[in-house]
Every structure is written in C-alpha cells, then in structure tokens.
Design a protein around this ligand. Structure first.
Ligand code: BEZ
Length: 395
C-alpha cells in the first residue's frame, strides 16, 4: 500500500478511534515514503513574526537531528492562518483533508486553535501546539492526539501577581486584547495577585488585533494605579509599549506583563521597553550551555536572535523527533507514539520539561526584566508549574 492510500484510508478509519486512543490493527504498519508535516501558522498580520519564528525553530530542531523523522524524509505543507478564528476549521482541513498530513503543527492564536482542536478531535490527526495557550486544548477539550509544547495562557501570569506585590504594588489595572488569550491570562493574574493581597481596580480591554490604545491609556493615567499588568504580543505589543511611554506613563506607573509583551519586539519597541518586568517560561539570558548552543545555532542559521516563539517551535521539533524515533518513523503506531510523547523529557533551551497528564508542559516560570535588547532573568518565579488540566478526561 502506498503511503498516500494508507493515509487516505486513515481519515475515516480513525474517526472513532480518535477519542478512544485505540488503533485499528491494519493501521499499525510502517508507512513508506515521506512524513507529511503541516504547518498552520500566521504568516501575515500582527502575529506574522511569531509564525516565522516557530517555523524557524521547528526546522532547526529537525535539521540538528539529521533532517528526518524516524529515518523518513519530510515533506512540508504550509497554510497562513492569518490569526483568523473564523477560518480555523477550514484552514486545518486544508492540511488534514486535502494535504493528508501526518502531523499538524499549529498555531499561535487561541481562537484559531479551537478550529484546529475540532479537526484534531474529529479526525485523530496528531496535533502539536507550538504556542496558542487556549485552556480548553489541554483542559475540557483535551485529546490523546493533542500535545502542547508551549504553555496555558494562565501559566505565566500565575507567577506575576506575587512578583508585583513583592515590589509593593498594591493596586493594579489590567489591560488586554479581549479574546481567549487575554481573558485567560487575566484569570492567572487575578488568582495570583489577589491571593498575594493585591486589588485590581479596573480591567480594561479592546478587541484583537486593534491597537488604538490612546483612550485606555488616558483612563489609566486618571485611575493612578500603583502598577499596570497586561497581555499583548507581537506587533501590537511593540506599539503598546511605545504608546505607553508616549502617553507619559513610563517612569510613573510601572508596566508588567505576561512575558509575551517583550518577546521578539525589543528592536521595534526601542528604549520604551527598558525596565519592563514580566513572567515567562523562557529568558534570552538563561546562562546554560543548552540555551547558549540553541541561541548560537539559531543566530547562525537565520541571522537573527531567537525569542520564546522560536524556542517553542524548536521544542516542538524536538518532541516530534523523539516520538518518531520511538516508533521508527511509523507515525500510524498511535498507541506507542502517544506513549513516547507523553513520557518525553525535552532538553529545552528553557530548561528540561515534561508533559502533564493533560499534555501541557510542566515548567519553570522566570521573572525577567528588559535590559537593552534582552529579557534578562531575575530568578525563578514559579518552579515546575503545571496547569490544572481541569476537566480533562483522558485519565
Ligand atoms: C494566544 O492567542 O494564545 C497567544 C498569542 C500570542 C502569544 C501568546 C498567546
């Protein structure tokens, strides 16, 4: 049987098998030919740079491991998801139904991820999430074939509240894009900040991906909080940082954030970013041989510095390399493949991490500060932090 025919038959056969995690016996055979890897990422819009960094990191990990998966060559298929949730299912199906990919790597935006999640659950295709932190993907809608290599949206901010209170900021304003990522980052912030004794005096927001911050910054100035905490990322984050300074708030009301605020934007944000404190599962300045080797290899290959997104793409590649090796390239051996992915330890630039039962990283969260063009690590804000996985019924 050719790999194409095998894969074609797989879509329907696995519909029922997907939820049980079981496999039909005839599918557990070696698949000849190339592994079809689908990349569904944003290549346009405010998250475009994030998509590119993830793809770069992913390819670097594969190349460093011989350029193959379990001995098989790779064929890449790409879709620009434009960070548009309304096209999430359609775009995922382009890769799964049309291109018959063996594994779908994607995406960045939590709303788009929900489209991928539906397709992954319906078809049983292996889905690796290299960024989007939507809680549901590894909570109520978790699935045996879905693995996240990044974070849940509340993981970084669960470490933020105490850090702000430790600095004496007792009254804060929260501001974000109003969609799943911002709302769930707020959940983590609210839990940690109020538990540490802080009071959130106002929650502000604007729709994704709008960047007209002026009216909200004026409101912050009149509220006079001790500090501001936020979730923004990509191009919008760079503009928020610049606008915050231009509104005269920098130096008066300290700005904090989920670490995405200062990832991959320090050139674009310029001096306005100096001194911003964030919490994140990575820092450029982690002084480990593993991080240094990664940063050097990435910079040599792509002539630019890696950020958290590049690192997450890299770890997605490392995870897939491990899984594929365990099944000798036979990605249709689902039971053995999932077992290998579940029990993997990833020797990551962020530090070693493992998968939670719900398939989300158990990882350290660092406290960082922007110094020049670097997110400099100040310490570990939360050790081996696991997401609750609430509502995940995988056992
Ligand atoms: C999200 O939509 O889940 C997301 C996007 C950018 C950075 C972090 C999270």
């Amino acid at each position: 049987m050719t790999s194409r025919r095998l894969v074609l038959s797989r879509g329907g056969a696995l519909l029922g098998a997907a939820s049980s995690g079981l496999l039909l016996p005839e599918l557990a055979q070696a698949q000849p030919g190339k592994v079809r890897v689908g990349l569904m990422l944003p290549y346009t819009g405010t998250f475009a740079q994030l998509g590119v960094a993830i793809e770069n990191g992913f390819r670097l990990a594969i190349e460093e491991n011989g350029g193959k998966l379990g001995g098989r060559e790779i064929e890449y298929y790409k879709v620009d998801d434009e960070s548009d949730p309304s096209k999430g299912v359609e775009n995922a199906n382009k890769l799964v139904q049309r291109d018959k990919v063996d594994v779908l790597v994607g995406t960045v935006h939590s709303g788009v991820q929900m489209g991928i999640q539906k397709v992954a659950r319906d078809t049983g295709v292996l889905s690796l999430i290299p960024n989007a932190g939507a809680h549901a993907a590894t909570r109520s809608l978790c699935a045996p074939n879905v693995f996240r290599t990044s974070f849940t949206n509340s993981q970084p901010t669960l470490a933020l509240g105490k850090a702000m209170m430790d600095k004496g900021h007792k009254k804060a304003v929260w501001i974000t894009w109003k969609y799943a990522a911002g709302d769930e980052a707020y959940e983590g912030f609210k839990e940690s900040y109020t538990a540490a004794g802080g009071t959130i005096i106002k929650e502000l927001g604007l729709p994704f991906p709008q960047v007209e911050f002026q009216a909200l910054l004026t409101e912050i100035a009149s509220l006079k909080p001790d500090a501001v905490a936020c979730f923004f990322a990509g191009g919008g984050a760079a503009k928020f940082i610049r606008d915050y300074a231009a509104a005269g708030l920098k130096g008066k009301i300290p700005l904090y954030g989920s670490g995405f605020l200062t990832e991959g934007v320090l050139d674009a944000a310029g001096p306005a970013a100096e001194g911003i404190i964030t919490t994140m599962h990575y820092s450029d300045s982690l002084d480990t041989p593993r991080n240094k080797a990664f940063r050097l290899a990435y910079a040599k290959t792509y002539r630019m510095q890696p950020d958290v997104y590049a690192m997450q793409g890299y770890d997605t590649g490392l995870l897939l390399v491990q899984g594929a090796a365990a099944v000798k390239g036979d990605l249709s051996s689902k039971v053995a493949l999932y077992k290998a992915l579940e029990s993997a330890t990833i020797d990551s630039p962020r530090g070693k991490w493992t998968m939670s039962k719900a398939h989300n990283p158990v990882q350290d969260i660092y406290l960082r500060v922007v110094e020049g063009k670097e997110n400099k690590v100040l310490g570990v804000a939360a050790k081996a932090l696991a997401d609750s996985g609430a509502g995940c019924k995988m056992g």
